[in-house]
Design a protein around this ligand. Structure first.
Ligand code: SAM
Length: 236
């Protein structure tokens, strides 16, 4: 009898690989659920995105482990738990406009696309962004991207229903607050910013909701450790 991950004679290798990744994704989703992620739309999106396509071929056997992995330029693809956690806090609805700061590998953007979100994403490393754009196009994920400093936001497409920052900030950039959608006259909250804030050693996840033209409500969540958010002013 064949064990679950042994090749099946006669079946094309590509089909066998797809099945293997499919099983690994299902196990990843189950482990995220066990760790407390309960947003079914987020879990379904993670269950569909081929994370193995977003990592270096040499690391594909670790693509569905719950760990961050290097993507070059001293950057990382975030741990799946972190992606699930931030996306759950953002809780985007289909057709929402979401700005991502820190495109990196494109994985987070792909998860948002799978949720029917209109994604705008900024990355400060041009070479990384070019590679990621090619990959997202090839996989059919439509993400509007830009090379630049995401701490300035992206005025051209503002206001946003959500902004997600995937690098560790030392403080909350004002332009991101200003580019959140204001609450409508009909009631309901305005846009939400999900951002890890702290020092280089670790950051606290914050969710900041726009509750009026100049009013914001802040909620604090778990601690994480991200690569730093580097602004033009930092000059690195
Ligand atoms: N969201 C990414 C993914 O799914 O792979 C993870 C990104 S990685 C943890 C953080 C990214 O933020 C890096 O690619 C880094 O170059 C980028 N970054 C850091 N500071 C930035 C800034 N000011 N503007 C835009 N991108 C920035």
């Amino acid at each position: 009898m064949l064990s679950r991950d042994e090749p099946i004679p006669g079946m094309p290798n590509s089909t066998q690989r797809d099945r293997k990744y499919h099983r690994q994704r299902a196990r990843l989703v189950a482990s995220l659920r066990e760790r407390g992620i309960d947003n079914e739309r987020v879990l379904a999106a993670i269950g569909r995105v081929p994370r193995h396509a977003f990592v270096d071929p040499a690391l594909r056997n670790r693509a569905y482990a719950d760990e961050a992995l290097p993507i070059g330029q001293s950057q990382t693809i975030s741990q799946p738990f972190t992606v699930a956690y931030q996306t759950s806090l953002l809780a985007p609805q289909p057709d929402d406009r979401v700005l991502e700061v820190g495109t990196g590998s494109g994985y987070q953007a792909a998860v948002l696309c799978e949720m029917g979100v209109r994604v705008f994403s900024i990355e400060r490393h041009q070479a990384l962004l070019e590679r990621t754009k090619t990959l997202l196009d090839r996989l059919g994920y439509r993400v509007v991207t830009k090379h630049g400093d995401g701490t300035n936001g992206w005025v051209a497409f503002a206001p946003y229903d959500g902004i997600i920052v995937t690098a560790g900030a030392t403080d909350v950039p004002d332009p991101l607050l200003e580019q959140l959608r204001e609450p409508s006259d009909a009631g309901g909250d305005g846009g939400r910013l999900v951002i890890p804030v702290g020092g280089r050693g670790g950051q606290q996840m914050q969710r900041i909701t726009r509750t009026g033209p100049t009013r914001y409500q802040r909620e604090d969540f778990h601690s994480f450790r991200f690569v730093p958010l580097v602004s033009e002013e930092d000059g690195e």
